[in-house]
Design a protein around this ligand. Structure first.
Ligand code: GLA
Length: 734
């Protein structure tokens, strides 16, 4: 009988195949246009990883088993035979802490965009299964991989570790690029060779999982990372909560990448028949260097992973740095008139508009009380929506729905809705009174959904929401979860978050939503499926933004990066940079403004008006084009430069920023990239420096010349440039 089942199953193994996934006997190739992942799925054996890299021909995919490389366990488990780190560890009801997973079946499936491979692994003794998924996209070079873990036994199983994926990477001169940071310094790039030991990239904030380390990495396989040459693997964990990415290097000939939800203090219990799905790890490969891997991430993001990835973003004014909490109706009306007058398309009213019993005058109160402060806004939100319509722009609003202040009517009514360890003092954050709501609690989920639903039902004219989140989970305890499930708090929070976001998107598919979390705390593929963009940082200083946006662009397209022109001295670092420099940096992302327009000079207003018009003329290239990073600010050459090229190479936008003030420092001439060598490109400067025409304005050069030689950017010193000269060029093919 057993034999028959095996032969039926092996027939299934041979037959199930789809365009991107080919199954032949026990060998499986998962392909995209430019990538292959090869596995070996022999029944009764562990699933084996064979290869990940450039797309293989069928012949090479067949022959690779003889290439001498050692197959590795594709999803190593703890406790039986596996002595190194593992991707999954469990405790069975009888106390047994081991797993021994073997291939049971293989299946394929197709969606509109992708083909999916599912390999079911079953424990040899226990009623416990893991399905390992690989989703290969047809139109982009990305494979998403994740698992689903099933307890088929009668009694509960405790999951102690439950990674999304494991990937071996052949040892060599492999370097890792990843992002670190903190508030006002998010997305900073670090590049380092992989050495012996464990490099752990993790975040355990509980809410804002991208402020410090980021859940995305690139691995340069051919030595020190280079922008436009060399083999690169990219990986991004698509999760909004606590995570870890471990790069383990020991005595083996493979670096071993483990990525998943952080299981620290977060063990999960699966009851009889219950299952748990881990978040996706998105994997890409490029032999066109770091920028090539970035293009793969950006293409995938716009097509599949961010909300409205195919829609142009509006140019906006956000009120925060302009007026902070000083919201009032005439003030909002003036800001709307001013941004409309400069050609902007949207006005966003930030913090400070709400609270009845406790009006939000500063950050010490009112979160949770999402009713308009009638003293500040006598005509309410509808009055503002109507004013925006009168000015010919859209209206947006700030909320922080996952949070409360202990000084709020919400907290007075529902003190049990907050996250805090039972019997202990409430740990308070921002303003000395902020707390995090327990999103694992369905009643809280309904309440959070209701905030957005209430606003949108009452004021359907709201076009944009800035969704903020300014506190960590700082005390561990849920009054909703039972005592034996307290360890699930962090995971339940993010399941609740996802479910609220699903409900919002089901009802409000067109609403634009920005993910803000004390600045860039939610620059993450864990939230972007529901959000259009993120606020890169509360630090709007143009110089520091060059560094932050450079790193962020490794993984996230310009369309997601909210990048605003702000006032000087900068409110965070107090640096003074010229308006042109601030514009030229902001124009490399999703352009916006973050200042009080009535404090601007006429000349500044005129320059911003022109820059906004210029940005509109290149918006599709910036927001949907291919990125080529050219000179890194991190290389100490005194400049930074990058460009975006339209997919058909008929247009490009080139950015050049001088980032030091040193006399007798001669920055390199920048060679462009991504152009068609055989086409002629006319050069038109954008955001022109008044009185400083470029010698090549209106002239045409071949793509080949621009890529092999480049243009000389004037970088002299002058009062108005203050050392921070910059240029933005629009290249238009004849
Ligand atoms: C956070 C955000 C800011 C602003 C304030 C409002 O710090 O990052 O952009 O919205 O909150 O309180």
């Amino acid at each position: 009988m057993k034999k028959i089942i095996v032969s039926i199953l092996s027939l299934a193994l041979t037959l199930c195949a789809s365009a991107q996934v080919k199954v032949s006997d026990d060998r499986i190739s998962v392909n995209t246009g430019g990538m292959s992942l090869i596995l070996n799925a022999r029944q009764g054996q562990p699933l084996r990883f064979v290869y990940f890299g450039a797309r293989l021909s069928d012949a090479d995919a067949e022959a690779i088993q003889f290439s001498g490389s050692r197959p590795m366990n594709a999803y190593p488990s703890y406790g039986q035979g596996e002595i190194r780190e593992d991707a999954i560890a469990v405790t069975h009801a009888d106390g047994n802490m081991s797993l021994d997973l073997a291939v049971e079946s293989v299946a394929t499936d197709s969606t509109k965009d992708a083909d999916i491979l599912a390999v079911t692994l079953k424990d040899k003794v226990y009623d416990f299964r893991v399905k390992v998924f690989y989703k290969a996209f047809r139109d982009v070079d990305m494979i998403e991989t994740w698992t689903e873990i099933f307890n088929d036994a009668k009694k509960p199983v405790v999951l102690r570790k439950f990674d999304s994926a494991f990937l071996p990477v052949r040892v060599g001169d492999v370097w890792v690029s990843h992002l670190y940071g903190t508030w006002a310094n998010e997305g900073r790039l670090v590049e380092e060779p992989l050495n012996r030991g464990i490099l752990r990239i993790e975040n355990k904030d509980g809410v804002r999982n991208a402020h410090t380390s980021h859940a995305e990495i690139m691995l340069s396989l051919d030595g020190k990372p280079s922008e436009n040459t060399g083999a690169v693997i990219g990986a991004a964990l698509c999760y909004s909560g606590n995570y870890h990415l471990d790069l383990v290097t020991n005595d083996s000939d493979y670096h071993r990448l483990f990525a998943g939800i952080s299981a620290d203090n977060s063990s999960l219990t699966l009851g009889k028949g219950e299952s748990f799905r881990t978040p996706e790890l998105a994997l890409t490969y490029s032999d066109e260097g770091l920028s090539g891997a970035s293009r793969n991430f950006h293409n995938w993001a716009r097509a599949h992973k961010i909300m409205h990835g195919d829609k142009e973003r509006m140019i906006l004014l956000n009120s925060w740095e302009g007026v902070y909490f000083d919201i009032n109706e005439p003030g909002m009306d003036q800001m709307m008139a001013d941004i409309a007058g400069m050609g902007g398309e949207l006005f966003v009213m930030d913090d400070g508009w709400f609270g009845d019993k406790y009006p939000r005058l500063n950050d010490t109160s009112s979160l949770g009380d999402w009713v308009v402060d009638k003293n500040k806004l006598p005509n309410g939100i509808q009055g503002l929506v109507d004013a925006a319509t009168r000015h010919g722009i859209k209206f947006g609003i700030w909320i922080e729905p996952e949070m409360a202040n202990t000084v709020s009517e919400l907290y007075e009514k529902h003190p049990d809705w907050i996250i805090n360890a039972a019997g202990r003092d409430v740990v308070k954050g921002r303003g000395g009174s902020q707390v995090v709501l327990d999103l694992g609690n369905p009643a809280v989920q309904d309440y959070v959904f209701g905030i957005v639903d209430g606003l949108m039902t009452n004021y359907p004219g709201i076009a944009y929401i800035k969704w903020d989140a300014n506190m960590s989970v700082s005390s561990h305890g849920s009054s909703y979860l039972p005592a034996d499930r307290q360890s699930e708090l962090n995971i339940r929070y993010h399941q609740g978050f996802a479910s609220v976001c699903d409900r919002i998107r089901a009802k409000y598919p067109d609403l634009v939503i920005q993910a803000c979390a004390s600045g860039g705390g939610r620059a993450s593929y864990g939230v972007l499926p529901w959000f259009d963009e993120f606020w890169v940082s509360d630090n709007t200083d143009a110089l520091q933004r060059i560094y932050m946006q450079w790193g962020t662009s490794y993984f996230f397209p310009a369309i997601t990066m909210a990048s605003h022109i702000s006032a000087v001295p900068n409110h965070t670092v107090h640096r003074v940079t010229p308006i042109k420099f601030r514009i030229d940096v902001a124009m490399s992302g999703r352009l916006g403004m973050e200042l009080q327009p009535k404090d601007m000079t006429e000349a500044e207003i005129a320059q911003c008006r022109q820059a906004i018009a210029d940005y509109k003329s290149v918006r599709p290239v910036v927001q949907f084009g291919d990125i080529y990073r050219l000179v890194s600010p991190y290389d100490g050459l005194g400049i930074a430069s990058l460009m975006y090229c339209s997919k058909d190479k008929s247009e490009a936008v080139f950015y050049w920023w001088r980032i030091d003030n040193l006399y007798d420092n001669h920055p390199p001439r920048v060679k462009m990239a991504g152009l068609d060598p055989d086409r002629m490109y006319k050069v038109v400067e954008l955001d022109k420096a008044p009185g400083r025409p470029l010698s090549f304005e209106g002239k045409s050069f071949s793509g080949s010349f621009l890529m092999n030689n480049g243009l000389e950017m004037p970088f002299g010193f002058s009062d108005d440039m203050m050392g921070y000269s910059s240029r933005v060029l629009h290249l238009i093919a004849d």
